[in-house]
Design a protein. Structure first.
Length: 67
């Protein structure tokens, strides 16, 4: 279960498995998340918090998924 969750996070909800241009699809999904955050009007503190949260989540999921 933990490995499946880590792969889900690493591939941004399996967007990384998109059959055509998975990197482009992942970038588009990330841009959509960024747009939603801009639209929500949260301050710079929310950006900093989310960057730290995603960094920590990426470290964990990358380590687990690689094994």
């Amino acid at each position: 279960m933990t490995t499946r969750l880590a792969v889900f996070v690493c591939t941004f909800g399996y967007v990384g498995y998109f059959p055509i241009a998975p990197g482009t699809a992942g970038s588009a999904a990330g841009l959509a998340v960024f747009g939603l955050l801009r639209w929500a009007g949260l301050g710079w503190w929310a950006d900093a918090t989310l960057i730290l949260l995603f960094f920590a989540l990426g470290l964990w999921s990358g380590t687990v998924a690689e094994k």
